[in-house]
Design a protein around this ligand. Structure first.
Ligand SMILES: [Zn+2]
Ligand SMILES: [Zn+2]
Ligand SMILES: [Zn+2]
Length: 258
């Protein structure tokens, strides 16, 4: 399968609006990070999105993705969900209800914030369209078959809330984790590629810090680990040079084969 990093930035994005730090003014395109999300193309050609960040339309255009078969939501935070309306172009063209997977509380939050997407009673005016979603609840530890892949939801703590990491065959995708509890490590172990969030060098109440992320990566033991949800704390090039073998910072638009 193929994984494309649609966005690798923290909730502010990089550059951060109003910040004049050296990283936010960096000419290196890898230092420009939109809000976090990813697209997976399975071996059978199905496209699975992980989250719908606010820049989704621009991210899908940049990645030349014009078809989506399912969305996996990690949690309901704005930086992971507020691009959901951009799916209108996808669902209207195919006239489908796009399957959207996630935890019950995440999908309930989306249905509250974006009722028009999930409530078929709310109809667009004749001649107009709306995004159409079909919410499919999965429980922590449960697996579902989507197209040709088995997808397992793995619960991880994110400050006061719980987030779903996803194990998709040989890929483990973890965003917004504060830590990886032992049972999560057990479910992620064996993955060949691990995507993992890392925030600042200093500790943060709801995210893995860079040192904590390296510890978590070692615990999972994937052949390759890619860091995401990155901030203006580091130049991409500096981080790349400093990380241990097998660990790389991701950047927007990077595509890898898993
Ligand atoms: Zn900055
Ligand atoms: Zn979050
Ligand atoms: Zn986030």
């Amino acid at each position: 399968m193929k994984l494309t990093f649609l966005g690798t930035g923290t909730s502010f994005g990089v550059p951060q609006l109003g910040c004049r730090c050296a990283v936010c003014r960096s000419p290196d395109p890898r230092d420009k990070r939109n809000r976090v999300g990813a697209a997976i193309e399975t071996n059978a050609g199905a496209i699975l999105l992980i989250d719908t960040p606010p820049e989704l339309r621009l991210q899908l255009i940049a990645a030349e993705i014009d078809r989506v078969d399912a969305v996996l939501y990690t949690h309901g935070h704005a930086d992971h969900t507020h691009g959901i309306d951009d799916l209108r172009a996808i669902t209207a063209r195919r006239n489908i209800h796009l399957p959207m997977y996630g935890a019950a509380d995440t999908l309930a939050e989306l249905a509250r914030k974006f009722a028009y997407i999930f409530d078929d009673e709310i109809r667009p005016l004749p001649g107009t369209t709306k995004p159409q979603g079909r919410a499919i609840v999965i429980g922590a530890g449960e697996s579902v078959r989507i197209a040709d892949v088995d997808v397992t939801a793995v619960a991880v703590p994110h400050g006061p809330v719980t987030v779903f990491a996803y194990r998709i065959g040989p890929l483990a995708y973890v965003t917004d984790a504060k830590s990886l509890p032992d049972d999560a490590v057990a479910q992620l172990r064996g993955a060949r590629v691990l995507v993992l969030n890392a925030l600042f060098r200093r500790p943060h109440p709801s995210h893995l810090s860079l040192p904590e992320a390296l510890g978590a990566a070692a615990a999972v033991g994937a052949e390759r680990t890619y860091l995401t949800h990155l901030t203006h704390d580091n130049f991409h090039a500096d981080l790349e040079a400093e990380l241990p073998p097998g660990v790389t910072p991701a950047y927007d638009g990077l595509t890898i084969t898993v």
